[in-house]
Design a protein around this ligand. Structure first.
Ligand SMILES: N[C@@H](CCC[C@H](N)C(=O)O)C(=O)O
Length: 278
């Protein structure tokens, strides 16, 4: 049966969003074929919206076909679609990483309450106990590393954040792809490169686990703000400048929750191409 999709993006981080049953389960090969920018639809993540007894439910897959628990930009897109469909200004929905809530923040702008960051080493997860404010990891010569001691944060998915002004393509791609599969991260990791420009402004580029360098990463932006604030480098609210635009991130002191505000765009619609599940 044909499955329609809506093509969307959040700051250029793009998705195909489908409405399907709770038991819908594409194979890795199918997701990879749909994600392919030369021969498929082309996207960074696939997002599935379902209705169940417990209300709306959202799942995410990276372009490499792996299912993941969280996606910040994708959560804004999913929330906006659900609010448009129901004519509401707020929505709550389940995700594999836990329940989230969202509300409209202007024309095609959405704030998602991303919940509390997970900061214990075993919840990132790391392979061994470490202080997640700055973990024992470095890139480059032992006595003169290029980047070192990244903060580690889970926003429902694992992130490390290096504080550096080295943000050129070659460095981000080379270092990101190396760290993504480092044995310290049993589930892999998203790798952020954050240049703190002021107490309320960070320039961020993210090498995403399972998707590579994207134009923006919402959970990466949340993780960067949390990692920076924990180190005293910024306040608990900042504007994150990503390649595709800006996100406002607030780590609320009263609730410990991280609030992410940014735009969503609809690019078009289509039908998932027939593919073999193998
Ligand atoms: N682009 C996303 C993150 C998608 C998942 C990530 N690549 C992972 O594997 O955890 C975002 O906006 O957060």
């Amino acid at each position: 049966m044909a499955t329609p999709y809506v093509k969307m993006n959040g700051l250029g981080n793009d998705f195909a969003v489908v409405r399907v049953g709770r038991d819908w389960s594409p194979s890795e090969a199918q997701v990879r074929a749909w994600a392919d920018r030369a021969s498929g639809i082309g996207f960074d993540q696939l997002i599935a919206l379902s209705e169940g007894d417990g209300g709306p439910w959202v799942r995410f897959w990276n372009s490499d076909g792996g299912e993941v628990s969280a996606c910040g930009n994708g959560s804004r897109a999913a929330a906006w679609l659900m609010m448009e469909a129901t004519g509401t200004d707020r929505v709550g929905f389940g995700t594999p990483a836990g329940p989230l809530s969202a509300e409209r923040a202007g024309d095609r702008r959405v704030t998602v309450d991303m919940g509390a960051p997970r900061l214990n080493w075993d919840r990132i997860p790391l392979a061994e106990e470490m202080d997640t404010r700055g973990i024992e990891l470095q890139v480059g010569p032992i006595d003169d590393p290029v980047v070192h001691t990244p903060g580690a944060v889970s926003m429902g998915n694992p992130h490390v954040v290096f504080f550096t002004d080295r943000q050129d393509d070659a460095f981000v791609r080379g270092t990101g792809s190396l760290i993504e599969h480092h044995p310290l991260f049993p589930e892999g990791v998203n790798v952020g490169f954050a240049n703190v420009l002021g107490r309320d402004r960070i320039r961020l580029r993210v090498w995403e686990r399972g998707a590579g360098l994207t134009k923006a990463c919402g959970t990466g932006a949340c993780a960067a703000l949390v990692a920076a604030a924990r180190r005293g480098l910024t306040d608990r609210a900042a504007t994150l400048q990503l390649d595709g635009g800006e996100l406002r991130i607030v780590w609320d002191e009263a609730t410990d929750h991280v609030l992410m505000t940014g735009g969503v765009e609809v690019e078009g619609t289509g039908v998932l191409p027939e593919t073999s599940p193998a």
